[in-house]
Design a binder for this molecule. Structure first.
Ligand SMILES: *[C@@H]1O[C@H](CO)[C@@H](O)[C@H](O)[C@H]1NC(C)=O
Ligand SMILES: *[C@@H]1O[C@H](CO)[C@@H](O)[C@H](O)[C@H]1NC(C)=O
Ligand SMILES: *[C@@H]1O[C@H](CO)[C@@H](O)[C@H](O)[C@H]1NC(C)=O
Length: 513
């Protein structure tokens, strides 16, 4: 009887790790942030875990995945609102920015399904939350469960700092600054100032975001900056061969950047034929899912069109949103949408013209296609800089592009074998891993489920303040001691001299007397 009971208990414990109730919230309205982690939800659901996914972009469901649609958050970025906010003066920027933050929380937290879920006494064993906006992490306290932070790219410095990773600004500058390796004095000065300004701003921004968050939720929850330190794991979808390799504590899990990479699929027949027949090579051109080719000026589009025409017999495949292009040359195909990774895998694709988005770049590295990078915003500038430093691509500025520079760059990429060689090497290295990113993500997720968190893996570096981390107090103390010593020596010498003089003059007096 006892044995049966014991077996029953063991069975229950095993069952628990086998099938957990998992809540996922990815609030930011960017397709790439959502799509990056879909393979993980698929995989976890396949293993029998029940996933409740709150997302702006619905994926396919199955018996183990239910979703809450918050796609109305896309209202926030409609009609180039972001650009409008950035252009209209500082007061306007703050006013509109605050309104945007308010709306952001409103759209999500007043959503009836989200409201019902939070109000319910549903139990979750684990909470995944995108950490770009730390306010939402406090829901882990509401559901009283451990949580894992998601980052579709390299996490921002406040997250690295919250788990104790290296954030030294002379070595790991803020990505959007676009600095390469080995910073000059000026770059280090800028990078350090940015870190100081950003960590100061957090002290203002977080409580503000928390206030908006609380406007729509009436539970007694701790502050986000307490909860952020309680994160069980940080999933980072960044590739260390690509980002400056940085010392990380055991609770930062580097998924290697390839999470969204899929097994090859067959191309649609027309595309397959087009690429097969591109015996002289094909250039693939796409600006990704967020930047529309229509953002390019008419003149720029004309530059591309003419250059492509001149590159015949080479062929071009362009992800272009319009149905037609005036005077479309014979060697150019346009499509509104393309299965990018499978196109890049085709051996006749010689060059990829890209905005330098992380996911696009990873697909190109995976398929070993040299890139021509034209960055627009965010981390793209930094990514493109990397490709030109490491010589697996060339950078061009879309604002100053002309026919000659475009054609020269493309021909350099096609004719100079250096680029292909470098990216093949990078591709081989990026695939040489003990386990795939998705296997790692699943294993660590279940690790947190088995142990109820990762308290035992936390590093003390997470908890010391910046001035201690950079030993500013030690430096200040040493300088102080040094100054005191110098002063001491100075006054001692002065004293000795005075005494000496006194004695000497007395002697003289005695002598003259
Ligand atoms: C859902 O989970 C069950 C176990 O609870 C499993 O047998 C089933 O295969 C899963 N379904 C899918 C579609 O993965
Ligand atoms: C693309 O199409 C839109 C409308 O469908 C039009 O306004 C725009 O001018 C077109 N762009 C180009 C470059 O032809
Ligand atoms: C921190 O996380 C642990 C589990 O990982 C949980 O038991 C604890 O209550 C959390 N603390 C707060 C303040 O939420």
């Amino acid at each position: 009887m006892k044995i049966i009971l014991l077996l029953l208990i063991i069975f229950c414990v095993c069952e628990y790790t086998k099938s957990a109730n998992i809540l996922v919230l990815i609030p930011s309205p960017f397709y790439s942030h959502q799509a990056t982690f879909r393979p993980l939800w698929r995989e976890l659901s396949k293993k029998g875990h029940k996933i409740t996914l709150i997302t702006t972009d619905l994926m396919e469901e199955n018996e183990n995945i239910t979703q809450i649609d918050i796609s109305n958050v896309y209202e926030l970025t409609k009609n180039n609102v972001l650009i409008e906010i950035l252009q209209g003066g500082i007061i306007n920027m703050i006013r509109k920015g605050l309104l945007m933050v308010d709306n952001f929380f409103k759209y999500i937290l007043t959503n009836p399904d989200v409201k019902e879920l939070i109000a319910s006494d549903k139990k979750f064993d684990l909470f995944f939350v995108e950490l770009l906006i730390p306010a939402f992490s406090v829901l882990s306290a509401k559901f009283n469960c451990p949580y894992i932070g998601l980052n579709s790219m390299d996490p921002p410095s406040f997250i690295h700092s919250a788990v104790g990773n290296a954030i030294h600004p002379s070595v790991y500058p803020f990505a959007n600054l676009g600095f390469g390796a080995e910073l000059s004095f000026k770059e280090r000065l800028i990078s350090t100032s940015v870190l100081v300004v950003m960590s100061t701003m957090e002290k203002i921004v977080w409580p503000t975001a928390d206030r908006f968050f609380r406007k729509y939720i009436d539970y007694d929850l701790p502050d986000a900056h307490h909860i952020i330190r309680n994160v069980s794991l940080v999933f980072s979808n960044a590739n260390p061969i690509f980002f400056p390799a940085k010392p990380i504590t055991p609770i930062t899990i580097n998924l290697g950047g390839g999470l969204h990479l899929m097994e090859p699929k067959k191309l649609p027949k027309d595309l397959q034929d087009y690429l097969d027949q591109s015996k002289d090579g094909c250039i693939y051109f796409s600006l990704g899912s967020t930047i529309n080719s229509n953002y390019l000026s008419r003149e720029t589009i004309e530059i591309f069109r003419q250059t492509f025409e001149e590159l015949a017999p080479m062929r071009v495949l362009w992800k272009y949103e319009n149905e037609t292009l005036e005077n479309k040359p014979h060697n150019l195909e346009i499509r509104k949408w393309l299965p990018q990774h499978d196109v890049l895998r085709h051996p006749n694709v010689k060059v990829f013209i890209t905005q330098g988005g992380l996911q696009s770049m990873e697909e190109a590295i995976d398929s070993a296609v040299p890139m021509l990078g034209m960055p627009f915003y965010g981390d793209q500038k930094n990514n493109v800089k990397k490709m030109s430093i490491k010589k697996f691509g060339i950078a061009l500025d879309v604002a100053t592009i002309d026919k000659k520079s475009l054609k020269d760059a493309i021909l350099e990429l096609v004719d100079n074998p250096l680029y292909k060689k470098n990216i093949e090497k990078l591709s081989a290295i990026s695939k040489d891993q003990p386990m795939t990113g998705i296997e790692k993500a699943v294993w660590w997720t279940e690790y947190v489920l088995r142990h109820g968190g990762t308290e035992h893996l936390r590093s003390p570096s997470a908890d010391i303040p910046l001035y201690q981390y950079f030993f500013l107090d030690i430096i200040a103390f040493v300088i102080l001691v040094f100054i005191v010593l110098i002063l001491l020596v100075y006054y001692l010498i002065k004293l000795i001299r005075t005494i000496f003089r006194l004695v000497f003059s007395k002697r003289n007096k005695v002598k003259t007397n």
